[in-house]
Design a protein around this ligand. Structure first.
Ligand code: NDP
Length: 322
């Protein structure tokens, strides 16, 4: 039974994952996935990982009996999934269960960024409404904007549906055109940025998108430009963004994700036209619980039925050994 199967929990994992794994399997824990921390006993025992943090190729290689890595989160740039695929190790993520929540947060961040709602609330709570009068009119408005979505996948499409309801035109950039949507497709990101004034980033991280939103893209967005990032911090060249926000190359940015979390550059914090959130797009109790259940359900399905519920594309062909 699963009680004889050892699962290694890596990182500061959601408590519901820990509680269910402890109840269902034999559990081991590690703060970070460091190959130097793998004892011979762990190497012999560990057959599965529940990951909230990095899982490198070296770490996988240190665990010869590892069959599956269940990642907490739909984004799995923290796991070397290409190496896992080659090594015959299944990797799963948590798609769909967080899509609508993340899209809700993206729209909240967009409105906060454009209409300065956090600053207006701070004005009220500081007593300035009574003492000094009305909060200044915002320079920016959502009205008349054209929205570009970089990464029109599950979350990008949920964002697009909301933008449609706001009455704004939508265009997008993916590597491939999606024939199921009627939005304007741009085969390059700079061309998309040229065509819109509001860019919402919902692509995965990793090498394929690293610093894709660079000085050229920000310049193409223009002086009325607004950048929203709920994808990954690595997608944006943060130094170029700080420069662009400071000198008026673009008007404002709203960010939920950063290149070196939880560190956020002070220059970004100091910018009045940057609205910053501490990676909370999926962070409600209900959505995090659904993600937690999917992590554990993947492990149970793998060890009981020999199939994963939500394999990532790089390991979709991996079969259970023996
Ligand atoms: P999907 O895989 O459904 O969508 C990803 C989209 O990005 C696809 O449309 C894909 O199209 C496109 N894409 C991927 N790579 C590239 C590339 N190199 N250049 C251009 N387009 C690319 O994923 P989800 O929508 O479910 O999630 C997207 C990401 O959102 C996650 O990977 C994660 O990083 C982030 N996220 C952030 C959260 C937060 O808390 N802030 C919460 C949840 C997710 P194509 O293959 O045609 O290129």
């Amino acid at each position: 039974g699963t009680h004889d199967t050892t699962i290694l929990v890596i990182g500061r994992m959601n408590p519901h994952v820990v509680e269910r794994i402890d109840r269902t399997f034999r559990m081991e824990r590690m703060e970070i996935g460091d190959p130097a921390l793998v004892t011979p006993e762990l190497a012999a025992l560990v057959r599965g990982i529940a990951a909230s943090g990095a899982v490198s190729a070296q770490f996988m290689d240190a665990l010869p009996n590892l069959e599956i890595i269940a990642n907490f989160g739909v984004g799995y740039d923290n796991v070397d999934a290409v190496h896992a695929g080659k090594a015959g190790i299944m990797v799963t993520n948590t798609p769909d269960v967080l899509t609508e929540e993340v899209a809700d947060t993206a729209l909240g961040l967009l409105i906060d960024t454009v209409r300065e709602l956090p600053q207006a609330q701070a004005w009220l709570k500081a007593g300035k409404w009574e003492r000094e009068g009305n909060y200044p009119l915002t320079k920016l408005s959502l009205r008349g904007r054209t929205v570009g979505i970089f990464g029109l996948g599950r979350i990008g499409k949920a964002i697009a549906r909301r933008i449609e309801a706001f009455g704004l035109p939508i265009a997008y950039h993916n590597r491939h055109q999606d024939n199921e949507v009627a939005y304007d497709y741009y085969p390059s990101l700079p061309a998309l940025a040229e065509a819109v004034d509001t860019l919402i980033v919902a692509v995965p991280g990793g090498l394929g998108t690293e610093k894709a939103v660079n000085a050229q893209v920000l310049g193409a967005l223009g002086a009325n430009g607004v950048l929203i990032n709920i994808g990954r911090g690595t997608v944006v060249d943060e130094e170029a963004l700080i420069e662009a926000l400071g000198n008026g190359t673009i008007a404002a940015a709203g960010l939920d994700v950063f290149a070196d979390e939880p560190h956020v550059p002070q220059a970004l914090i100091d910018l009045p036209n940057a609205t910053l959130l501490p990676h909370v797009a999926s962070a409600s109790q209900a959505t995090r619980r659904a993600m937690a259940d999917l992590v554990v359900d993947n492990l149970i399905a793998w060890f009981e039925d020999g199939v994963a519920l939500t394999p990532v594309p790089q390991t979709a062909g991996v079969k259970r050994r023996g």
